[in-house]
Write a protein that binds this ligand. Structure first.
Ligand code: CA
Ligand code: CA
Length: 176
């Protein structure tokens, strides 16, 4: 990947974390993402899965801040994101999986509920989830489709986690 493409992808990922578009990633962006997922899949915040999603969002934010909020002002600037988060997450994808897992696990359970599938998420639900989290429609579809290797329209939780890790760490497919 050349540096122009890398920068373009990084800017797109920053924008998808910065849900409210104020130029910083902070705690509110993570709770906004949780709220958007609940709204998309018509789940109340008060149920167990809703609560799990919100606490996962908080843990994801804490993990992100721990990695990238270098000046400790409780928000991740674009510079902090580029020099801190993206590089470290690329160098250490397991670390990403660790900080994102509780949130993504809850999100995946909610998405799986929507289509009534045990043991996996439908391609359609995974695509909706990626879209709610800020992926372009085409990117969301490509990332999800790439994981459904046997073409049955169902992807497992671990595959869905991989899709998000790929997406967030900038290595995922991304159309021009
Ligand atoms: Ca923001
Ligand atoms: Ca900061």
């Amino acid at each position: 990947m050349d540096s122009a493409e890398y920068e373009r992808k990084t800017a797109a990922r920053f924008a998808s974390f910065d849900q409210d578009g104020n130029g910083y990633i902070d705690r509110e962006d993570f709770s906004a993402a949780a709220a958007a997922i609940l709204a998309e899949f018509d789940i109340t915040a008060r149920c167990d899965k809703g609560q799990a999603l919100y606490s996962g969002a908080e843990a994801f934010w804490q993990g992100m801040a721990g990695i990238a909020d270098v000046d400790g002002d409780q928000r991740v600037s674009r510079d902090e994101f580029v020099t801190g988060a993206v590089k470290r997450l690329r160098d250490n994808p397991e670390r990403f999986a660790e900080i994102a897992r509780p949130f993504l696990h809850a999100a995946i359970e909610i998405a799986a509920l929507s289509d009534g599938q045990g043991g996996g998420v439908t391609l359609r639900a995974a695509t909706r989830l990626l879209r709610v989290l800020g992926a372009d429609p085409e990117v969301a579809e490509r990332v999800a489709t790439a994981l459904d290797t046997d073409g049955d329209g169902i992807i497992t939780e671990s595959e869905t986690l991989s899709a998000f890790a790929m997406y967030y760490t900038v290595d995922g497919p991304d159309p021009q």
